[in-house]
Design a protein around this ligand. Sequence first.
Ligand code: CTP
Ligand code: MG
Length: 228
Amino acid sequence: PTTAAIIPAAGSGSRMGLDHPKQYHLLAGIPILVHTVRVFTSASCVDMIVVVVPAERVESTVNLMADHGLSGANLQVIAGGERRQDSVKAGLDSLNAGVDIVLVHDGARPLLAPDLIDRCCDAAIEYGAAIAAVPVKDTLKKGGPGGRILHTVDRKDLWQAQTPQASRLSLLLAAYDMAGEREVTDEASLLELAGTDVHLVEGSETNIKITRPDDLIIAEKIMQNHET
Ligand code: CTP
Ligand code: MG
């Protein structure tokens, strides 16, 4: 099946507090987004990649990718939207009708292995939709008024969602149509709302999303560890 990867990277990184969007920040000397795109070029299931960036950065990102040897007809850079889901939608709208499977992966999540991408693809082919996730390992508390614990949430069967999130393109398009203007933080939420079964694929503890400044320190360490 023809598989496209959409990489939303059009956010501003407000929680990171840098003077530029975090996906352009250097990790081991290379922009985070370059790391992410590189991993997708080495996954065997991926036929084409659409990188979605802030409108004013489309041209500079094409150049940035080319500087790192990433260019060609299979790599597109397009402008995103206001919310993550709008950026993903822009990516979906840019795909041609021949695409069967679509993968969505955060640009700010550079530390995944190509193998996880392939396993998400395989699961989407088998089940229709699948996401990477890891079992929750901490004890979870439901907080209430005044910062008081209301109760402990049983973590059995609880998973922390990651990306890649993979599905048949037709299923995700239908889910977008059904959701209208509803706000979500991942594609699986849309598929769940549309009644589509989404399969869990075991991800990796090191597949972190770089969100806050501490994550950069952790990501540098993980990167060093991968290299040795
Ligand atoms: N993203 C996007 N378009 C948006 C918002 C986010 O493509 N309008 C992307 C981000 O660039 C990131 C991914 O979605 O790669 C996950 O979002 P998040 O970690 O929340 O990044 P930001 O929105 O940039 O960060 P923040 O929420 O702290 O502002
Ligand atoms: Mg955000």
